[in-house]
Design a protein around this ligand. Structure first.
Ligand code: NAG
Ligand code: NAG
Ligand code: NAG
Ligand code: NAG
Length: 232
């Protein structure tokens, strides 16, 4: 018999183990959060841009074309990572974000095409058009949508992905990661680890050039400066 105190201790233990289950078992995650663009991984010779995006956020969608143009302009000199922040006030953002994690696990190259498709057709997935739909039918719509983008052969895997805890955990990790960086809206941009002002708005191509050009210039002049020092 446990007795009066024994059962008290037991319920404390149960509470503690519940608490662990609720978050402690996947923070910190085994892998750093984020989707790397075009395999351009961070290293100390690149300028690193990070975007916090919600796939169903209109401002995130507006900000992507000029940023993509800038990334294409700078090519390997700039690395880029997208972190997802499904916002609670964008209906179905968590389901859409989960679809991105599922697809990323199936075929990493399909992640950005799917994100772009969400940006393009996002109006169908939040607000009035979905107000009367059940959670299950929204999941099914998003499974169909993602399948259409990444290929018929993935349909069953995508549907199963919504039944597996892994994609749920990864999407929670994305949310928690954004919270840990102090991000409370989308789009937010970090350049070499520092927040760009003007967050929550789309940044146009010329502004991206004005932000990145001087950094690349500074890097190059540091390199040139170093040569004489080594020769001394
Ligand atoms: C992965 O996705 C990319 C981009 O959509 C596609 O070109 C490629 O064929 C896919 N790979 C497989 C194995 O399905
Ligand atoms: C949602 O359901 C309500 C009540 O049945 C109905 O009045 C409304 O028109 C429906 N809205 C849409 C977008 O289908
Ligand atoms: C998802 O899991 C539930 C309960 O385990 C099961 O009834 C359902 O058939 C599963 N759906 C799919 C698509 O695997
Ligand atoms: C880009 O954005 C900046 C800052 O908001 C603005 O001053 C500038 O006029 C814009 N440029 C173009 C080409 O829209």
């Amino acid at each position: 018999m446990l007795g009066k105190y024994g059962s008290g201790i037991l319920s404390v233990l149960i509470l503690l183990s519940l608490q662990l289950f609720v978050g402690g078992d996947y923070i910190p995650p085994a892998k750093l959060d984020g989707f790397v663009y075009n395999n351009r991984h961070f290293n100390f010779d690149t300028i690193q841009i990070e975007a916090f995006y919600d796939p169903l956020c209109p401002d995130s969608a507006d900000s992507w074309p000029p940023l993509k143009k800038a990334l294409d302009h700078y090519a390997a000199r700039v690395s880029f990572v997208v972190h997802l922040l499904p916002l609670p006030y964008h209906d179905n953002a968590f389901v859409a974000s989960r679809a991105l994690h599922i697809v990323n696990a199936l075929n990493r190259s399909a992640t950005f095409p799917l994100l772009e498709s969400f940006f393009k057709y996002q109006a169908a997935f939040f607000g009035a058009p979905t107000r009367n739909l059940s959670r299950a039918s929204i999941v099914e719509d998003i499974v169909k949508f993602a399948t259409y983008v990444v290929g018929k052969s993935y349909e069953t895997s995508i549907r199963n992905g919504f039944n597996e805890t892994n994609s749920d955990i990864q999407t929670r990790v994305s949310f928690k990661y954004a919270a840990s960086r102090g991000v409370s809206g989308t789009p937010f941009f970090y350049v070499n680890g520092f927040l760009l002002p003007d967050t929550g708005n789309a940044i146009n191509y010329s502004t991206w050039r004005n932000v990145i050009d001087p950094l690349i210039g500074a890097k190059e002049s540091v390199k040139n400066d170093e040569t004489p020092h080594y020769l001394l």
